[in-house]
Design a protein around this ligand. Sequence first.
Ligand code: I3P
Length: 122
Amino acid sequence: QPPPTCLDDSVTLKQGVMNRSKLIEGGKRLRKNWSNCYLAVTHYYLLFFKDMKSAQSGSKPEIIIDLTGAMISWSPEKSSRKNCFQVSTVAGQQVLLQEECALTCKEWFDLIKNAIHRLPMV
Ligand code: I3P
């Protein structure tokens, strides 16, 4: 399944605003830097857009996370912020996601976890 080039509502399981911090990219640990972004979850990918407007106007995702073989875990030790979880990919990317509302955050977590678990193991 090739990564989507833009937001496609017909394959999107959930979309909305989340706080994101990239931890590792291309094997390099990055300086922690939280930003507000617009996240869309599909069966295969997480797509990160700058904001809702850019997502809905057909922009390319800023970051694409391949869920095949990915791992997800709550990671309270990784931040002073509450409700943080981490997604790590086979390719070695790591992102932290956070949302103030515990219930909303758990909805995202469970959805992404279920998407990962429906995909084949690698
Ligand atoms: C980081 C920044 C992050 C913070 C991180 C700091 O400082 O304040 O927001 O993460 O904490 O190091 P800087 O901007 O100077 O790089 P949290 O907000 O998630 O706590 P950490 O080093 O304990 O991860």
